[in-house]
Design a protein around this ligand. Sequence first.
Ligand SMILES: [Zn+2]
Ligand SMILES: [Zn+2]
Length: 555
Amino acid sequence: MRRLIWTLVAVITAGVLFFVYVVPPAPDRLDASAWSDLGARTVPGAYHVHSTRSDGHGDKAAIAAAAAAAGLKFVILTDHGDGTRPPDAPEYVGPVLMLDAVEISTDEGHLVAIDMPRAPYPLGGAGDAVIEDVTRLGGFAIAAHPDSQKPALRWTSNAAVDGIEWLNLDSQWRDESRSALALAGIGYFFRQGPALATLLDRPRTIARWDALTPKQRVVALAAVDAHGGVGRPAEDPGGSLFGTVGIPSYEASFRTFSNRAVLDRPLSGHAAEDAKAIYGAIRKGRVFTAIDALAAPALLDFWAEAGAARIEMGEGVSSDSDVTLLARALMPAGAEMGLMKNGRLMAKSYGDMRRVLTGAEGVYRLEIRVPEAPGTPPVPWLMSNPIYFGPDPRPAPPVSAAGTAATRTGAAIAPFPWRIEKDPASRAILRTSDRVATLEYTLAAGSRGSQFVALATDLSQASFRAIDLSLAGDRAGRVSVQIRSADGKRWGRSYYVDPAGTAFHVPLSELRPIAGTGPPPESEAVTSILLVVDLTNASPGHSGALRVMASALSN
Ligand SMILES: [Zn+2]
Ligand SMILES: [Zn+2]
């Protein structure tokens, strides 16, 4: 009898310890009843989700059902692609607005383009070239998993992005110990979202984002990078979280954290209109992240008052008069609101925040920290986007190169004598008339190999600092302008070429290694100039025409 009692006590104790130490606590339920207006306008959603269209495990219906179960209102699908698949129109599947975006592989990491129509040619190549294309097409470019543990996935370009993933669930689990993963794995069978949240830490990307925002406006989003748990051929063969199909499920990922768009009015139920509102909020930075697995629902009102003007989260003001920063949030007990200026904590509050700034300048954002947050250092429970003070740091939109070359070139130089270079299977002919060289080409069809066609010209001991070109295509496309030295090394850079004609100035110093390494050589060592069309921005079987209207070397 006594033995039985002791066994029972031991079993109960073990059970209690198991629940205390292994099963993560349920999210703190916050009472939003006094916040009905803001609550109705704050729309939670998941960003960066893969479906069966690329390497995800579930189709649109399954993903929408998982999002609905997690209480989300929108999902931004980001299947891998080159932008040439027309995006699905925004669509409500049940209560969830499904938005279709694309994750593009560049030479410098993955870039997500949201709110973008179909691209006229495959997007790819250098990071800045892809950003330029996304911007020209009207999309919004977001650096994906910038600090992934996998170097091949890391975003390494210095080009200005519109947005950054300050938190990426896929990057987060990769730096955890086996024991932490095992504990999360056991906890997962009891509370999925909170178990995944135990793997979060304060990401290094926050510091990277803070370093960018004084120079340019960058919207931070949290990426679930959800695949529904299946092995991931495109990004990481066989590397799902627990090596098991279906774990972590979409629903588990969606229960971990959300992006909460703050709209002017509640969603209407009309898909196109609501898509515009959500994308509009993201573009403006009127969006914040909350770790819902810790406490939910998170609500935040963060604004500044300058005289009669109200400046919302994400916006900027260049007024040098006094401004008042205000914030109120629905937060759990023990939460601490931190006001960050240029990444540094400058004030704390345990309730509403109100702070008068004299001659304000700098980038201000909020972090709300909760005592039970996981990670070393702990992940913030809530992350706002900034309000910017001082002159608009946004770089001027890239000026179309058209027109600049003519003014720089001065005296026209006779066109280069061009000839064709290509792989054996592709076809090309060159026609020259009226000082215009026209290359008509067809890249070899079939599987992707090293298909290319190029116009080439040879130089000997030429002294120049830049190449000026005026090109036109039969349709929108990109051409890689390259130089080659006697030992076969090549350097280059790709340029957008419009059917209406594009003139551009190519400084030698800005060319990057293509075959070989190191900086470009002195111009005297350049033996050829090449205008290349290859599979970076064209598909096998692609036919087209490239016209060279003017070409010159300049100093
Ligand atoms: Zn990726
Ligand atoms: Zn992805």
